[in-house]
Design a protein around this ligand. Sequence first.
Ligand code: AHR
Length: 524
Amino acid sequence: MHRLLIAGLSVMVIAAAPAAAANDAGQSVVLTLDAGKPGATIDRHIFGQFAEHLGHGIYEGIWVGKGSKIPNTRGIRNDVVKALKALHVPDVRWPGGCFADEYHWRRGIGPAGKRQAAVNSNWGGVVEPNTFGTDEFMDFIHQIGSEAYVSVNVGSGSPAEAAEWLEYMTSAPTDALGRERARNGHKEPYKVAFIGLGNESWSCGGSMSPDFYVSQMKLHARFDRNFNPAQTMQRVAVGPSGGDTEYTEAVMKAWSKKDWSWGFEGLSLHNYTTGGGWPPVHKATGFGENDYAVMLKDTLGMDDLIRKHAEIMDKYDPEKKVSLVVDEWGAWLAPTPGSNPGFLVQQNSQRDAVLAALNLNIFARHADRVRMANIAQMINVLQAMIQTDKKKMLLTPTYHVFRMYVPFQDATFIPVAFDAGTYTFENISMPRVDAVAARDKAGKIWLAITNLDPNKPAEFDIAATGMTAGRAVGETLSAPTIDSINTFGAPKTVAPKPITAVAAGGKLVLTLAPASVTVVALEP
Ligand code: AHR
């Protein structure tokens, strides 16, 4: 008997031969996808980003100022915008994080010289100049072609302050706040696709008991209005931290009793991959196979977490109206030696690329409930897409995974079955490979395969029902070592390479490098 993975479900099947052992020994993995059995839509918002006023996430990462020698458009750096456009970033969560519950939006609007500086007490106690405020964020969103996910201040702000912020952003220039926005350079109402009703209210957002949070959240869900009829706006309530279910229960129970006056459309889940324990101690570079295995094993726990919270959500919301929004996820590692520990600077390796792919696959398999996710964070902070150093910029291995997965945005999930056996390091075991497939809007079938094994390549014999698979064409991301990184001196150590396989003798065979991520289109 061995395990067959079907679209994330584990099914026991009887096999004539000990297939798991054979696959562990390196024989071909038969991977079958069934194009005739489409599943849920993989919401493009699971590829969302998170940009907090933290370290160099905003200042230098996005904002260099209009007078900077770094090429920019209205203060926003052009190289970063160009790189992000290629990711088709569906939404950006801003301004935090913990920062959001101490953010006072009025300090960040109006003439540059009149902005009120503040102290960023969450992140290093540095001066927050508020030169990047609402209008600059919306300009950035517009430049990269994304949507705004704005977290309102539930912790230290008032419902009135948040309601006025929404009015400033979304009302027509016929009321005072809309006119103020127009005076600040933007006559048309902005689109605010999502608002976060607080952040981590169980901790930095105010250490609120679930019931206290519910009473605060209801005020915001009622009064933080969208005045822009050209858009719909979804509200995301604070939900659980990791496996803690108290908030899930209380907030969903409240939702089940909502009335005409309030509601929300998403429940947030925050879960970082630390490899266990707090503070994070696992190294970002110079680590061995033990760290690799520990981190990947930990990240695969995202699947159980989603199941656990989805089960509670199903109890109160069997029709799955409320999205589970994993709006903070990613690897949180020991800070880069010599960096300000409050800036959460860490390197980004091939291991992190594999880790990102595994999470995206998990979200895709839970597409019926997980309709949004935001990796932490977009630039220079935690598991970033992009790193900058003054005028220099580089793309991380995680960036490449997000770029390779673009075809999965809003594609239809297709079940994949495979039996690859396990990858084991000492007493840590996990599936040797992972895969998801989807049909894009143009009808093209895409397959993403991750070979978790850092020591052995994996050979796949790809079979498809409901379509002819004559060729596989795409890109593969592998690296010299599991801890390979890109640096400003060597920015392309980890970069995708083209990969093509042509069917021969009725077989379509793909061989994938150890610890690699591959995305291919299947063509007739
Ligand atoms: O992403 C860094 C921080 O992690 C966020 O500000 C907070 O919400 C979480 O604890």
